[in-house]
Design a protein around this ligand. Structure first.
Ligand code: SF4
Length: 353
């Protein structure tokens, strides 16, 4: 069990005062933080970098300046504005959470970390970040950046994920008794700009004099990681199906599960089986003479790669299907995940539509 840690607070806070990054969601000039902005940015920043998030954040606060506005929006509008950020469960949970905050908490986020953890889309990192940054209360958000800084400062040589708990404990021990929000953001900034994954900039680091990893000589090797398991590849057939008015058949995915609530083209199961063995028993598409579009569409999710073979065809008149017949020029009115956008682009460009 970890009992001591390097205590870098003064080095890091002094450095932060001079070098902090400026983001539209960050309070500046002594203003109090805007809790809605802190929460919104932290949800967007899960699995996404700050450069990508900034225009989305600005668009959201322009469209929905308060949590009341966001709670009153249609889920479809939120999913549409989220397009391109990926991991769409975040957008659904964001909307759900906004409604709960408005309906059950009078529009104010609870200040208690445990209560925050009970809200949709808020995990331990986000709850700690909101507690520290928005409410200036003691909490230690630990993400990949902070893990890396802690592993190097303390020269922790055991590999992740085995050593995750130890790194969290080290981060907690090193959290100061003041300026909780600044310290959390300072660690994020240090990890993102100085103690970067490859070639850490130790020569300009405020912690160089106390960093055991630097003294040991190979901080860039830390944190070590256990070898990754190979990700499986799944296969699917997907159908670009038009009617005689040149409208495309699209439909909404189930609310629960991967890409839940997003629009899609109909497809077979996504399976590790070979293309010829895929189960299509639940697929009802009417009478169509399918033609295969050359080359596959490839996409990688967190836990698997996906290869899709696209088929195109025109359905016979009078076929009843549950979904939407969409004019091609109106496709941008719907929220499609990146995978489906790739399929659409691939098909439209092959068919020269
Ligand atoms: Fe990271 Fe180098 Fe600073 Fe240590 S001295 S915290 S390894 S940048």
């Amino acid at each position: 069990m970890v009992t001591t840690s390097i205590l870098p607070e003064n080095f890091i806070l002094d450095w932060f005062d001079l070098n902090q990054r400026s983001f539209p969601w960050r309070a500046s000039g002594g203003e109090p933080p805007n809790t809605y902005w802190v929460w919104l940015s932290e949800i967007m920043l899960q699995q996404t970098n700050t450069t990508t998030v900034q225009p989305y954040f600005l668009n959201f606060i322009q469209k929905w300046p308060t949590i009341y506005d966001l709670a009153g929006a249609e889920l479809d509008q939120v999913l549409h504005a989220w397009q391109g950020l990926g991991y769409y469960a975040r957008a659904r949970n964001l909307h759900k959470c906004a409604k709960i905050i408005v309906e059950e908490f009078n529009g104010e986020f609870p200040e208690d970390e445990k209560q925050l953890l009970g809200l949709p889309g808020i995990g331990p990192y986000t709850a700690a970040a909101i507690t520290a940054i928005a409410f200036e209360l003691s909490a230690t958000p630990v993400d990949g950046n902070v893990e890396r800084v802690m592993a190097r400062l303390n020269n922790v040589t055991k590999p992740l994920p085995l050593v995750k708990k130890e790194l969290i404990a080290l981060a907690k021990i090193s959290t100061p008794r003041k300026r909780f929000g600044d310290y959390a953001q300072a660690l994020m900034d240090l990890g993102a700009t100085v103690c970067v994954p490859k070639k850490p900039k130790c020569s300009i680091c405020p912690c160089r004099s106390i960093c055991i990893g630097f003294k040991a000589g190979t901080p860039e090797d830390l944190p070590r990681r256990s070898p990754k398991k190979l990700m499986p590849t799944r296969h699917a057939k997907i159908y670009f199906m038009r009617n005689h008015q040149n409208q495309l058949f699209i439909r909404r995915r189930e609310e629960k599960g991967l890409l839940g609530g997003m629009m899609e083209l109909p497809s077979s199961e996504w399976s590790v089986k070979h293309f010829n063995e895929l189960d299509e028993s639940s697929l009802t598409l009417g009478m169509v003479k399918w033609k295969q579009i050359p080359n596959k569409v490839k996409h990688t999710f967190t836990h698997f790669h996906l290869e899709m073979q696209v088929f195109e065809g025109v359905v016979e008149e009078g076929t009843e299907l549950t979904g939407v017949w969409c004019n091609l020029r109106d496709l941008n009115k719907y929220a499609f995940p990146s995978l489906m956008k790739k399929v659409l682009k691939h098909s439209i460009s092959y068919l020269k539509l």
